[in-house]
Design a binder for this molecule. Structure first.
Ligand SMILES: [Zn+2]
Length: 358
């Protein structure tokens, strides 16, 4: 863990399940306002920090089950309280949990089962309108769109612990001054992390244009927008290690903005594209029974994240079988002498892991 981050970690937040009840005890330490209520009436908070001239809007957990960037927000807030130099030129408006209903039920969607990151044009949901109102009234110079990505993403043969994107602003995925600025911001984060242990675990997210995605919408409205996706780090399913790299990413991005000292735009294009190439477990060359037929091949398992008594449980399920030679497993068990087992998509793989003492 980086020594800077470990000093400022907000120990009251940990694990994957983070909702309003977790952050509410922390809010009185900050300049917090309720800027509206969710579809079921839960408060949506905004924290303001700094009085500098460059304005940055950050929002986290628009997807309710994507909490890592929220933990890092509170680590950042603690850091900003003790180190005034970073915040001096800046003014931040931070919405730590935009989708409190989804956060409560550990769900990507809001209470009406709408993906808020596909609602930028329609603004059909109250949470989308609250974010848009904050965007219009605060009138940021930069925007940070904060998410988690699944463990399936990798960079080459390694997990993608962070993914960055300067979202597209049109179908042609063209670059104008605004998108170039966002790319430079991503480049500053990427370059700053080259001395860390995730130097080769940072990917560039797919930039297909979708005007209903909030990042794409804000970018096309002329505000440089950076997407940060927190991802998997080796053995870190609770994303406590990943949160430290997200914290670093925030500090690096805010430093670049505050000092107007950005990395070169060409570095952005050198960031390798992330790909969906990982399983949580990959069993290579095993015997399995699929729809009554015995086969030999590879079998992939993914964890399903299940909320149970305010804790996230990780339930392994079978997701793919066949030739998975181009994929990787975060864990690739030794399967010599493994008896043939039944493969059934979505079926629990708990017994298989048990038989291997995993
Ligand atoms: Zn997301």
């Amino acid at each position: 863990m980086n020594p800077l981050h470990s000093t400022f970690i907000e120990h009251q937040l940990s694990g994957r399940y983070i909702c309003n009840t977790h952050i509410e005890p922390l809010l009185s330490a900050y300049n917090t306002t309720v800027i509206g209520h969710s579809e079921t009436g839960l408060p949506i908070y905004r924290i303001c920090v700094g009085a500098g001239k460059t304005k940055v809007l950050m929002w986290s957990q628009m997807h309710g089950n994507e909490s890592t960037t929220t933990k890092s927000v509170f680590d950042l807030l603690r850091f900003l309280q003790s180190d005034k130099s970073l915040i001096e030129p800046l003014q931040l408006s931070i919405i730590p949990i935009l989708n409190p209903d989804g956060a409560k039920s550990y769900n990507r969607f809001n209470a009406n089962q709408v993906d808020l990151n596909r609602d930028a044009i329609d603004l059909s949901q109250v949470e989308s309108r609250i974010l848009r109102k904050e965007f219009d009234e605060f009138s940021p110079d930069y925007a940070f769109n904060l998410h988690d990505q699944r463990t399936i993403f990798g960079v080459e043969a390694k997990p993608a612990t962070l993914s960055l994107l300067a979202p597209a602003l049109d179908k042609e995925r063209s670059f104008n001054d605004c998108r170039n600025k966002a790319a430079q911001l991503a480049a500053s984060v990427f370059q700053g992390l080259q001395s860390s242990s995730i130097a080769s675990q940072i990917g560039r997210f797919d930039d297909q244009f979708n005007p209903n995605c909030v990042g794409d919408a804000f970018q096309s409205l002329g505000v440089p927008t950076l997407l940060i996706e927190a991802g998997h780090y080796q053995d870190d399913y609770h994303r406590e290690k990943t949160r430290t790299f997200v914290f670093d990413a925030y500090v690096l991005a805010l430093q670049a903005i505050g000092t107007s000292n950005f990395s070169d735009f060409s570095i952005y294009h050198s960031i390798p594209q992330n790909k969906k190439i990982f399983f949580d477990y990959l069993f290579r060359n095993v015997h399995y029974v699929d729809r009554g037929k015995e086969k030999t091949g590879d079998v992939g398992l993914q964890y399903k994240e299940v909320l149970n008594s305010n804790q996230i449980e990780f339930h392994p399920v079978f997701t793919a079988a066949g030739d998975l030679s181009k994929a990787y497993g975060h864990i690739e068990p030794n399967c010599e002498n493994l008896e043939p087992f039944v493969f059934k998509i979505e079926e629990s793989a708990q017994n298989l892991l048990k038989s291997l003492n995993l």
